[in-house]
Design a protein around this ligand. Structure first.
Ligand SMILES: [Zn+2]
Length: 165
C-alpha cells in the first residue's frame, strides 16, 4: 500500500457518499487524523490495520477520518460515533461487509478516553448500523488475516452475539 492506494480509497468512499474527497498525507506520528482539509495516515499503523482487519480495515479508518472532515459532526464521543456511522454507511454503499470494521475495533482500546469512546461501544454501534442498512449479517467471525474480500457472501439476518476480540 502506498499513498496512491490510500488516496484511491478516500476518493472511492467520498464518491459513494456524494462528498468531495480530501487529499491524503502520510504522517509517521500517531495513527490517523484529519484537520478537515487533509487526511493523515501513519503507514506503519496502516500496515498493522491491514494485518488485523484486511485492507478494507484501512478503508474504514480513512472513511472515519473523511466522516470527521465531511460528515458535519462535532467533536467528543458523539463525534466519534458519528464518524464511525458515516464510515460504516460508506462501506455498505461500497458493498463491503462488517468484518473490516470489527477488525479495526478489535485493535482499539476497550476503555473510554477523554476523546474516544471505548472500542466495544463503538463496534456495537457500527455493526448495528451496518445491520440496519443491509438487513443482512456478516458471515461468522473468522480470522482477519489476509485482505478482506470485496464481495463477501452475506446471509440473512439471525440473532447472534457480537465478539469484540
Ligand atoms: Zn475519530
Amino acid at each position: 500500500m502506498n499513498s496512491g492506494d490510500y488516496q484511491k480509497m478516500v476518493d472511492e468512499q467520498a464518491a459513494v457518499m456524494g462528498v468531495m474527497p480530501c487529499p491524503v498525507k502520510l504522517d509517521d506520528k500517531g495513527s490517523a487524523a484529519t484537520d478537515r482539509k487533509s487526511i493523515f495516515i501513519n503507514p506503519s499503523f496502516a500496515s498493522k490495520v491491514a494485518a488485523t482487519a484486511g485492507v478494507n480495515g484501512i478503508r474504514f479508518v480513512l472513511a472515519h477520518e473523511l466522516g470527521h472532515a465531511r460528515g458535519g459532526a462535532d467533536g467528543g464521543h458523539s463525534g466519534e460515533f458519528a464518524a464511525d456511522q458515516w464510515a460504516t454507511q460508506s462501506l455498505v454503499r461500497a458493498g463491503i461487509g462488517a468484518e473490516p470494521i470489527e477488525g479495526v475495533m478489535s485493535m482499539l482500546p476497550a476503555s473510554d478516553s477523554k476523546s474516544h469512546p471505548g472500542a466495544n461501544a463503538r463496534a456495537d454501534r457500527a455493526v448495528k448500523e451496518w445491520h440496519s442498512m443491509t438487513g443482512l449479517r456478516p458471515r461468522p467471525m473468522r480470522s482477519f488475516s489476509g485482505p478482506a474480500r470485496r464481495n463477501d457472501r452475506m446471509t440473512p439476518i439471525r440473532p447472534h452475539r457480537f465478539r469484540e476480540r
